[in-house]
Ligand binder design. Structure first.
Ligand code: GLY
Length: 406
C-alpha cells in the first residue's frame, strides 16, 4: 500500500514509525513531515493535499492534525476518490466547536460536565457564579492547545473569555485518561488507554501545554473502563453523528475524567493525541496501515481483534527554552546518536545549514518500551539525558506515580 501522512509533528512521526513497520506499506510519504520523519518517509511540501495524494499515488491518506480536518481536507480527498483516515469537516466539529460537542453529548446522553455556552460578559459572569471555582473556561473554537483555562482566579477566568464564545463548565475531579477509538462510523475499535501530562512542571504545576509526556497502559485503571467508555460514550456519540447525517469516521479521542461520580467526558478530539500516540502506538502489534485502511473504507467489522505488545511505554517530551509562553527556535539539537534504547520522535525540529535545530515548543518525544513502566521510564530518561539543547526542559515525573504502583 502507498500511504501518505499529512502533518509534521511528533504524532505524525509516531504514525510514520508504526506505518513503516507494517509490511503491507510499500511506500510511505509525509507532507510536510520533519527531519526525523525524513528517515522513514519521502517528504513532500504540503501545498494542496489532493495534488500531493495524486502525485504520490496514495492508496491511503492519514490526516494527523485537527486544523486541516476542521477545514475539510478529508472531504476534498474523499471527493477526489482517495481512501482517507480522518473525519469530514462536519464530523470534525466535535473538536472544532466545544459547544457543538456538548450539544451532541447532550442529545446522545453522554456523561459530561454541566456547562454554559456564553457569548456576552453578562453570560460569562452568570456562568462563573453558577459553576464556582475552580473555573473551567474553554474557547469554543480550535485554539492549538491554548483555548482552555482552569483556574481559581475569577478575574483570569473572565479575561480568558473576553472576545470569544466560550463554554464554561463544572470542574471535573479525578484522574484523566485519554482513550482513542478507531471507527468507520459503525464499528468501534478502542486502543489502550493512556495518560497525558498537561502542565509544564513536575507535580502538575505551571501553565497548560500541549502535553509533556504520556504512558500506557494504565495499571490503576478499572478493568471495565474501556468497555464502559465504548458503550456509554463512543457508541452513542457515533450513532448520534450518523443520525444527524454527518457520520464520524477516523479517530475519536475521548478525553475523560474518572470522577467520584463516574466517567465523564472532558473533551472530544477528532485525531490521534500528541504525545499519547507516541506511547500507545509503541505497544500496538497489529499492523497500523491495515487498521486505518479498514476504518477509511468502512470495513472495520471484518478487521481482526487488535494485538498488543506486552510491557509498557513511556514518552517524555523535551521542550525548547521558553515553552510554553514563548518557545525559542533555532537552538542546536545534539546527542541524538547517543540516545539509544528509545525512539527519539521529532516534533519541533528543522534543518538549518545542515544542523538540526529547534523549530517549535515541543521539540522531541522520547519514547521507550520495556517490561514495565519503571523500566520504560529508565530507558526513556536515560535517552533524554543524552540530548543537549540549550535551555531545554522536560518533566521528570512522567509515569512516576503509576510506576510505583506496579
Ligand atoms: N495531548 C493532548 C492532545 O493531543 O490534545
Amino acid at each position: 500500500m502507498r500511504v501518505l501522512v499529512i502533518g509534521g509533528g511528533g504524532r505524525e512521526h509516531a504514525l510514520c514509525l508504526a506505518l513503516s513497520r507494517d509490511p503491507s506499506v510499500e511506500a510511505l510519504f509525509c507532507a510536510p513531515g520533519n527531519p526525523g520523519i525524513a528517515q522513514l518517509a519521502e517528504l513532500r511540501p504540503l501545498t494542496d493535499a489532493v495534488e500531493v495524494a495524486k502525485e504520490v499515488g496514495a492508496e491511503l491518506v492519514v490526516v494527523g492534525p485537527e486544523a486541516p480536518l476542521v477545514a475539510g481536507v478529508a472531504d476534498q480527498l474523499r471527493d477526489a476518490g482517495f481512501a482517507v483516515f480522518g473525519p469530514s469537516a462536519a464530523a470534525a466539529e466535535l473538536e472544532g466547536s466545544k459547544a457543538f460537542a456538548k450539544q451532541v453529548m447532550g442529545a446522545a446522553g453522554v456523561p459530561t460536565a454541566a456547562h454554559h455556552t456564553c457569548t456576552t460578559p453578562a453570560e460569562v459572569e452568570a456562568a462563573l457564579d453558577a459553576t464556582g471555582p475552580p473555573y473551567v473556561v474553554k474557547h469554543d473554537e480550535l485554539a492549538a492547545g491554548k483555548g482552555v483555562v482552569v483556574t481559581g482566579d475569577r478575574a483570569l477566568a473572565a479575561r480568558h473569555a473576553t472576545g470569544h464564545t466560550v463554554v464554561i463548565e463544572d470542574y471535573l475531579d479525578g484522574p484523566e485518561v485519554s482513550l482513542f477509538l478507531i471507527t468507520d462510523g459503525i464499528t468501534i475499535l478502542p486502543l489502550i488507554p493512556a495518560q497525558d501530562f498537561k502542565r509544564v512542571n513536575d507535580d502538575d504545576e505551571g501553565p497548560n501545554t500541549g502535553g509533556m509526556g504520556a504512558y500506557a497502559p494504565l495499571p490503576w485503571a478499572p478493568p471495565g473502563l474501556v468497555a464502559e467508555v465504548v458503550e456509554k460514550v463512543a457508541r452513542p456519540t457515533i450513532e448520534e453523528m450518523a443520525k444527524r447525517g454527518t457520520p464520524f469516521s477516523g479517530l475519536l479521542y475521548a478525553g475523560l475524567a474518572l470522577t467520584s461520580k463516574g466517567v465523564r467526558v472532558v473533551e472530544f478530539n477528532v485525531r490521534f493525541g500528541d504525545p499519547e500516540t507516541q506511547a500507545v502506538l509503541a505497544l500496538l502489534a497489529t499492523p497500523l496501515a491495515g487498521l486505518l485502511y479498514a476504518a477509511a473504507t468502512g470495513t472495520l467489522d471484518a478487521h481482526p481483534p487488535l494485538q498488543w505488545r506486552d510491557g509498557a511505554s513511556v514518552t517524555v517530551v523535551v521542550c525548547a527554552a521558553g515553552y510554553p509562553e514563548s518557545p525559542r527556535t533555532g537552538d542546536e539539537i545534539a546527542g541524538l546518536d547517543e540516545a539509544g534504547g528509545a525512539d527519539v520522535l521529532h516534533a519541533g525540529t528543522a534543518l538549518a545549514d545542515g544542523r538540526l535545530v529547534t523549530s517549535g515548543g515541543r521539540v522531541l518525544a522520547v519514547t521507550a518500551v520495556a517490561a514495565d513502566l519503571k523500566a520504560a521510564r529508565e530507558l526513556a530518561y536515560d535517552a533524554v539525558a543524552q540530548i543537549k539543547i540549550e535551555g531545554s526542559h522536560y518533566r521528570s515525573d512522567i509515569a512516576l506515580r503509576a510506576s510505583q504502583q506496579t
